[in-house]
Ligand binder design. Structure first.
Ligand code: GLV
Ligand code: MN
Ligand code: MN
Length: 417
């Protein structure tokens, strides 16, 4: 394999980072002009790499590298990740899992190598939940689990998803039948594998470039709206206030203390706002997000039950109301041992440790796991393992190693049947 695969992956990621919703940094929210430009660029690179490209009804860009013509009833090995980002995010989260397979398929194509199965590389259009406060939109369509009611969900500017699809040039935008037709037939799949930057420090601290994921932690997200009474900051005595923000602060501390009780449990309030707040007005409303995750569904569900009960109790004690909207529960997703072992065999053959680790971050593979067996290959994250941050980084050497490992995996890949 050419030693430039790793550098090409980094160059592609740098090129995509120019398409952004913000001036000084990378934000690529679902269906913005930057998102469409990214999608078009991915489609071009896929075509250049010898793939047939299609864009589905939710905006996924899918490249197929057809099986060797002698293959009998070839199945599809699907791989990919998302190209949307969080606000001011890193350039590898998601994108590495699209760019690496594109570069690898390009190398196979250049060498005239076809495999006994089709490879489909998917650039998932939405995973992060940034614009519509609901995540996994793209993989849920492919997996046939899309919630069509979400088409009426509005972004922060009051634009619903149907209209956003239409503005991005999708004819028949939000057409229910087209979205249903975009689901893949599980019987055609040999499995789904996702390459992803680790987004944490485990591989870095162990001095390992690559790791094999055992399972992906389940997650639940919520939007909470607390209402109290807006009144004068100078004249309202402290014991007569119904302050929505101090109530939300106490709820936030509850999330922290409850989630600190179990090692694999984590809870985050990542958004916290006083809508139309003023410095001299007691907050009459406060809205915040909650993200709660654990490696075991039972642990997550028990924490959620306690936290929701606690929010209600805090609201009552403070004379507030709290309306809780549950956004996206996704259960813990185990990876398939037979696929993990194929990655392990390839790593060992290269003299690398077949190190296994769980994923605390969510991934498109979670949704695909509902219809097929999945596996994930993690690539070491630099800068202390920081992610969802512009400081997120990988090296060209690690990208090269990951690409070569992926080539080996593809060349040795055998389905279960
Ligand atoms: C996706 O990045 C997540 O929130 O884990
Ligand atoms: Mn992410
Ligand atoms: Mn990601």
């Amino acid at each position: 394999m050419t030693p430039t695969l790793g550098q090409t992956i980094l160059d592609y990621a740098a090129a995509l980072a120019h398409f952004s919703d913000m001036e000084d940094g990378l934000t690529c929210a679902y269906l913005t002009p930057a998102h469409s430009a990214t999608q078009a660029q991915l489609a071009k690179w896929m075509a250049d790499a010898g793939m047939q490209v299609r864009i589905d009804a939710i905006g996924n860009v899918i490249g197929r590298y057809a099986a060797d013509p002698s293959a009998i009833a070839p199945k599809v090995l699907m791989t990919g990740s998302h190209f949307d980002t969080v606000r001011d995010g890193g350039r590898y989260d998601g994108r590495l899992g699209i760019l690496l397979p594109i570069v690898v398929v390009g190398a196979l194509h250049a060498a005239g190598i076809r495999l006994p199965y089709h490879i489909e590389v998917v650039g998932f259009a939405e995973e992060e939940g940034l614009r519509f406060k609901t995540s996994f939109l793209a993989s849920s369509v492919l997996a046939g689990h899309f919630n069509h009611a979400l088409l009426d969900r509005e972004d922060a500017d009051g634009i619903n998803m149907r209209n956003a699809l239409s503005a991005a040039g999708f004819t028949g935008a939000g057409d229910d039948a087209a979205l249903r037709d975009a689901a893949v037939d599980p019987a055609t799949l040999a499995g789904f594998v996702e390459v992803h930057i680790e987004q944490g420090p485990v591989l870095l601290n162990r001095g390992l470039p690559l790791g094999i994921v055992t399972q992906i932690a389940g997650s639940s997200r919520f939007q909470v709206r607390v209402e109290g009474l807006a009144s004068h900051a100078g004249t309202t005595p402290m014991d007569m206030r119904r302050d929505a923000a101090t109530g939300a602060a106490e709820m936030t501390l509850l999330v922290e203390s409850r989630c600190a009780q179990v090692p694999t449990l984590v809870g985050t309030v990542g958004q916290l706002q006083v809508p139309n707040g003023s410095s001299n007005v007691i907050p009459g409303a406060c809205v915040f997000s909650m993200d709660i995750r654990a490696g075991e569904d039972g642990i997550r569900e028990a924490a959620i039950a306690d936290i929701l009960a606690g929010i209600e109790a805090i609201a009552q004690r403070r004379g507030l109301s709290a309306r809780v909207e549950r956004v996206t529960p996704v259960n813990n997703a185990p990876c398939a041992r037979w696929l993990m072992d194929q990655f392990g065999a390839v790593l060992k053959k290269r003299g690398l440790e077949a190190f296994e680790l769980p994923s605390g971050a969510g991934h498109d593979a979670m949704m695909m796991q509902r219809i097929t067996d999945v596996a994930m290959l993690f690539v070491r994250c630099g800068n202390g393992g920081i992610s969802h941050n512009p400081l997120e980084t990988i090296t060209a050497e690690d990208a090269q190693l990951a690409a070569e490992t992926f080539v080996d995996f593809l060349r040795h890949f055998r389905t279960t049947d």
